[in-house]
Design a protein around this ligand. Structure first.
Ligand code: FAD
Length: 310
């Protein structure tokens, strides 16, 4: 049987694409090599435009996402111990004039539910191994959890398989760009006595570096800070004590961190492919472009790739 579209990767981009294609009446097959979707908060902002586009599909549009999320209304800029600026997110001309704070694990859960409502389930534990493509279609090999290899003929293959995309490697498409020469830490953590208003974010400019604080839910925050390069192949994950010390030096005074959900070190890459389309194979999301988390556009631009492509 020839499938019209095979989607490799059931992250936010692959699931958005599957949902949109189904909305246009195209049967799709979507596979993901991981046994389960992410449990990490990774992308924490769903921006207005992504919500507007989600509104077009599913019986409830973006409503389930909005109901599960937390609305941020402003970003405060602080330097030298005092305010230097403020961005009002309510000024955005959109029915969703706010930043919707929602852990990526939740965004993916809701996309999975939306897909289920359309009669589609991502096949988990199924990996795109290789493919050949010609003028009329794409022949792929999928590997199942029991090791079985399945040949699949599809009209189109869309690689939504993330930064280390097998689809991109199969195309031999260069991922040109750079790895920035700085290390970063991330904390998904609870805060006590935070003086920032609950529905607002804050960015602190300190001589040592930048410190960012975003609300994720009531009492739960994403903290980000740059740290001196460690020289390690992968920046080490910070301890809660280390994040507390950076918060004390650069962030708001008197805040106590507790109950960490996720502490991670990371390095910023800026890379993209020259073309999203290679004959009957497309790349979308992180498979096609990765960039700084500043502005929270990684997942959003990827979901919008999917909407545009569909
Ligand atoms: C620490 C961290 C913090 C981040 N913070 C933000 C943020 O604040 N805001 C923001 O917008 N973005 C953020 N991002 C980026 C965001 O998570 C990504 O842009 C987003 O996940 C991209 O979605 P995607 O579906 O393209 O790729 P992914 O989420 O990577 O999903 C790709 C999927 O493809 C599957 N896959 C891989 N290879 C294969 C294969 N061969 N066959 C089948 N399946 C395969 C994987 O298992 C995975 O499920 C962050 C990322 C990280 C790591």
């Amino acid at each position: 049987m020839t499938h019209p579209v095979l989607i490799a990767g059931a992250g936010p981009v692959g699931m958005t694409l599957a949902s949109e294609l189904a909305r246009y009446g195209l049967p799709v097959r979507i596979v993901d090599k991981a046994a389960a979707r992410t449990d990490k908060s990774k992308a924490i902002i769903v921006w207005s435009r992504s919500l507007e586009l989600l509104d077009r599909g599913g019986p409830d549009g973006a409503a389930p996402f909005v109901a599960a999320g937390y609305k941020a209304s402003a970003v405060n800029l602080v330097a030298g111990g005092g305010p230097i600026g403020r961005i009002e997110l309510g000024d955005v001309r959109s029915p969703h004039a706010y930043a919707l704070m929602l852990p990526q694990s939740e965004t993916e859960r809701l996309l999975e539910e939306r897909l289920a409502g359309q009669g589609i389930a991502a096949e988990r534990g199924v990996e795109l191994l290789s493919f050949t493509h010609g003028e009329t279609g794409v022949d792929s090999i999928l590997r199942h959890p029991d090791g079985r290899e399945e040949p699949v003929a599809a009209g189109w293959l869309v690689g939504c398989d993330g930064a280390h995309s097998a689809a991109r490697h199969g195309l031999d498409a260069p991922f040109a760009g750079e790895t920035l020469d700085s290390d970063w830490i991330l904390a998904d953590v609870h805060l006590r006595d935070c003086p920032v208003p609950p529905h607002e974010a804050a960015i602190y400019w300190h001589r040592e570096g930048v410190f960012l604080l975003f609300p994720i839910a009531s009492g739960r925050y994403r903290l980000l800070a740059d740290i001196p390069p460690s020289g390690a192949a992968h920046p080490p994950d910070p301890t809660l004590e280390e994040v507390q010390a950076i918060t004390d030096r650069r962030g708001p005074a008197g805040v106590t961190l507790f109950d960490p959900i996720w502490l991670a070190g990371f390095r910023i890459n800026g890379r993209k492919v020259a073309s999203y389309r290679h004959g009957r194979v497309f790349l979308a999301g992180d498979a096609a472009h990765i960039h700084s988390p500043a502005g929270g556009q990684g997942m959003n631009t990827g979901m919008q790739d999917a909407m545009n492509l569909a």
